[in-house]
Design a protein around this ligand. Structure first.
Ligand code: ATP
Ligand code: MG
Length: 316
């Protein structure tokens, strides 16, 4: 087992959100932000807050949106040495508005922002060489420059006995063409831990039922599949059985980032040697606690905060 840092590659963004509920951005409206964001960044911030070594290969602009993110990640203990500052492009952004039915509309600026300029720099190579685990966020595959870096990191980390986790993290606004499908297939062959939510399981494996998809994925060599089920909690499925754990009961203020905090916490607990049941409970707590904060990275948690949250919060 390779105990080196957990790393990821992908978008660092600011999130700016509508303060009213409704569909999209076709009218002038009140907004709040910038908040540090980007699924890979939220994930790695959560790993770092748990006291584990964590680093991200990314790029931001030479602007306040970039500085805001780098300072937050550094303050929370993440390795920011492989975050490049692009002299030419501004930091990426995501505008989000929530609708009445719980769906979200996004306006993304990722592929043509600094995030689109992620490169395999010397600092990135150095981080990869030290790493023991790679986490891939599906959203990062919308940046064409990311795939060669992930592929390089994957080969290097696996060669040294490291592990891979994948969160499909699909968004309807992000392009997912045939190329992404092939990349995804390559990743699934090497994945140790898969973290889908909702229908993302069928993106990973087209099938007519959940159990058929899970069966095929386990047969293909994935050892742990952890299903994120929002207010229904989560479940781990392995070849030897399954464990479901209930969600915590909270007032949801902002759902974005729950899946990232959940995945980071589950993975980190497992890497630290916690039981699957304990890891699911901590991860459910991290996801639930995150949705009580406005801003996708505002509710990342330390173990101390998770222990306090678990002691004080009823479960379904
Ligand atoms: P994201 O929007 O970040 O992509 P996701 O769809 O990947 O999220 P979810 O299932 O929404 O993942 O959330 C991850 C976990 O966080 C859930 O399994 C659950 O434990 C917890 N969680 C999320 N939302 C809530 C909620 N409203 N109440 C309680 N727990 C929640
Ligand atoms: Mg998700």
């Amino acid at each position: 087992e390779n105990l080196g840092p957990t790393i990821t590659v992908g978008e660092i963004l600011v999130e700016i959100m509508a303060t009213t509920i409704g569909k999209g951005f076709l009218d002038a409206q009140p907004l709040i932000g910038p908040f540090p964001s980007g699924a890979p960044a939220i994930f790695i911030d959560q790993v770092a807050k748990l006291g584990a070594q964590a680093g991200i290969i990314a790029a931001v602009g030479n602007d306040d949106f970039g500085r805001l993110n780098v300072e937050r990640l550094r303050d929370d203990g993440a390795d920011v040495s492989a975050i490049a500052v692009s002299p030419d492009f501004p930091t990426g952004s995501a505008f989000v508005r929530y609708a009445n039915d719980g769906t979200r509309d996004f306006v993304y600026n990722i592929a043509r922002s600094a995030a689109g300029e992620i490169k395999l720099t010397d600092a990135a190579k150095s981080l990869i060489t030290r790493a023991g685990h790679l986490h891939v966020m599906g959203s990062a595959l919308s940046i064409p420059a990311v795939w060669p870096i992930i592929n390089f990191a994957l080969q290097d980390i696996k060669k040294r006995g490291g592990t891979l986790s994948v969160d499909p993290n699909m968004r309807k606004e992000l392009a997912a063409g045939e190329e992404t499908g092939r990349q995804f297939a390559t990743l699934l062959k090497a994945t140790d831990l898969l973290l889908p939510s909702g229908d993302e399981l069928f993106v990973a494996c087209p099938a007519s039922s959940e159990s058929e998809a899970i069966g095929k994925l386990l047969a293909s060599g994935i050892s742990e599949i952890v299903m994120k089920r929002g207010q229904k909690g989560s479940a781990l499925v392995t070849k030897t059985g399954s464990i479901s754990r209930p969600a915590f009961i909270v007032d949801e203020v902002d759902p974005t980032g729950a899946g990232d905090c959940f995945g980071a916490t589950y993975l980190t607990c497992r890497r630290l040697g916690h039981s699957a049941e304990q890891a699911l409970d901590y991860a459910n707590a991290a996801g639930a606690r995150n949705v009580t904060y406005r801003g996708p990275m505002e509710g990342t948690s330390t173990f101390r905060e998770l222990d306090q949250f678990i002691a004080a919060t009823p479960r379904k």
